[in-house]
Design a protein around this ligand. Structure first.
Ligand code: G4P
Length: 526
């Protein structure tokens, strides 16, 4: 094995997907705790609070109890380096989440044992399925009363059409929850109900379900039930097949209680042993292997600085190959320029440190003043266009205007920056002077209004438009031009200057498709 492939085989880049409140923040915090990146639980939340306090526009998320911005956390465990990419929890930000999921190699799905699969879990799961992302399932809050474990397994299989096989089996639930029997390693793991903010002492380990020590450790009823259930599970559930997991067809299921630090170690051990290391990434030109010598990567997310006084932004780059070093010169494919990367950032636990070096699977933050966009590729000279970072047609469109007419000209600049961060789609109609903003969920308008006011000092109002949806127009140059000339009243350009058809309703959209069969009206721009 080459030096590079040895290093990348020990990288795990993943995201947690869940419905709000299932315990993603708590689990994240406990993963960091077990990974030694923080000393005490409570730190992630505290950080969230202080971060929010610093940033005005974040008030929206604070009031709504949602997490709009995502970040990256890096920690070590079991000889592996983990990069955990946070995904926004609220459904309005699904596009942002989609992009984060283009940068991970696997995901952990957190489910509340009382609620089962919820709407947002399902949506995020579908995104993972589109990309064949392997998923481990963590059924959380077992210290609370919830649904029966067999029922939860069946629900995963039926609702998600995914083979589910338990990696551990719970002993009791709610107040009677004692721990789990580890089906993969054939041992007992008991829960220590102690201080929730620090690491638990080592769990009691017992070999095999028949071990008579079990009878001494647990009440007779629970032992009998456990033995019967384990027998049933082993007979009824499909055995774990790693290739099936890696293909995204099967999920190993863990039961635990994040708040009590229980089940975290098993999940981490499984991520070390079973989760994929960085996968080859598909560029339009060719597939890029993680152990190639030359550095390459793509921008999957752009985040405005948390401090509204500073206009700089961070582009999050997922490295796809090579050995990245600080001060390196890389080709920024879209501009065609070689650029020196002076202050790349690594995300250690919750601190940011200057990145001295990084490898495939790692996320490097590049501070910039607006030169980078989502999807931009970097390389050591070769032109690489990475795929899989699409733009989606917005589901809601509104007109935006500066409430102070003197600031109108600043509005365009603010909107363009936001569009480049993919905070929203921005359309400039060919006729008239309005801007039209498109989003996936209505809450985004509020967040945008807040950001434009605080970051750019332009108070704005959003107003309804007569447009229902937007479609990118694809076809031969001549056909596109003919369409554009004949439909100027419904035409706009996106922030890349590409033509977009604004449809008043579904009938109009159907009609242009009928009238211009040679053209495609696309809801997704690749
Ligand atoms: P999220 O990021 O997915 O939205 O969930 P988060 O971790 O914030 O957890 C949501 C609530 O569930 C929190 O309670 C949290 O303490 C609780 N929780 C998380 N894991 C467990 C668990 O294993 N068992 C139990 N019983 N509760 C759990 P909260 O009251 O909303 O917040 P807090 O005041 O406890 O912070």
């Amino acid at each position: 094995m080459s030096h590079l492939s040895e290093i990348t085989s020990k990288r795990r880049t993943f995201a947690i997907i869940s419905h709000p409140d299932a315990g993603k923040t708590t689990l994240t915090e406990k993963l960091l705790l077990f990974g030694g990146a923080i000393n005490q639980a409570g730190a992630v939340k505290a950080r969230g609070d202080s971060r929010r306090a610093r940033s005005d526009w974040m008030k929206v998320e604070q009031e709504r109890g949602i997490s709009v911005a995502s970040s990256v956390m890096t920690f070590d465990y079991g000889g592996c380096t983990f990069n955990l990419l946070d995904t926004p929890g609220h459904e309005d930000f699904s596009e942002d989440t989609y992009r984060v999921l283009t940068a991970v190699d696997s995901a952990v799905m957190v489910i509340d044992c009382a609620k089962g699969i919820e709407t947002q879990t399902k949506k995020l799961f579908e995104v993972c399925r589109l990309r064949d992302i392997p998923i481990m399932t963590f059924i959380n809050k077992m210290d609370r009363d919830g649904q029966d474990a067999f029922k939860l397994m069946a629900e995963i299989e039926q609702t998600l059409a995914l083979d589910a096989t338990p990696a551990v089996w719970p002993i009791g639930q709610g107040r009677d929850f004692r721990g789990c029997f580890d089906l993969m390693k054939d041992r007992l793991i008991l829960m220590a109900r102690g201080d929730k903010s620090t690491l638990p002492a080592h769990e009691t380990h017992i070999r095999g379900i028949a071990d008579p020590q079990l009878d001494a450790l647990l009440p007779a009823e629970q032992v009998a039930q456990l033995r019967a259930e384990v027998e049933l599970v082993r007979g009824a559930c499909p055995p774990f097949v790693r290739s099936s997991y890696l293909d995204g067809h099967m999920t190993p299921v863990f039961f635990g209680s994040a708040i009590h630090n229980f089940g975290i170690r098993e999940l981490l051990d499984a991520l070390v042993a079973l989760a994929p290391s960085p996968r080859p990434q598909t560029a339009a030109e060719r597939a890029v292997r993680p152990d190639e010598d030359k550095v390459s990567g793509f921008v999957f997310k752009i985040q405005a600085n948390m401090d509204p006084k500073h206009r700089d932004r961070i582009a999050f780059v997922r490295l796809c190959s090579g050995h990245f070093k600080r001060g390196m010169k890389l080709l920024h494919a879209r501009s065609g320029k070689m650029q020196m990367l002076h202050n790349p950032i690594l995300f250690l636990g919750q601190d940011r440190a200057v990145a001295e070096e990084a490898f495939a699977g790692d996320i490097v933050g590049l501070p910039n003043h607006g030169g980078y966009r989502i999807g931009d590729g970097f390389s050591e000279g070769e032109s690489l266009t990475f795929r899989g970072i699409p733009s989606f047609a917005p589901e809601l469109l509104q007109k935006v205007r500066a409430t102070d007419p003197l600031k109108a000209k600043h509005l365009g600049r603010a909107l363009e920056q936001i569009a480049e961060e993919s905070g929203a789609s921005i359309f400039k109609p060919v006729v008239g002077s309005d801007w039209i903003v498109g989003v996936i969920g209505g809450l985004q308008f509020e967040v945008l209004a807040d950001r434009i006011r605080t970051e750019f000092d332009v108070p704005v109002a959003f107003e309804p438009t007569s447009y229902l949806t937007a479609r990118w127009i694809a076809g031969s140059d001549a056909d596109v031009r003919r369409f554009c000339d004949a439909n100027r009243g419904c035409l706009a350009t996106d922030h890349d200057g590409e033509p977009v058809y604004l449809a008043r309703n579904a009938w109009h959209l159907g009609k242009v498709q009928e009238d211009y069969p040679a053209l495609s009206f696309l809801a997704v721009k690749n």
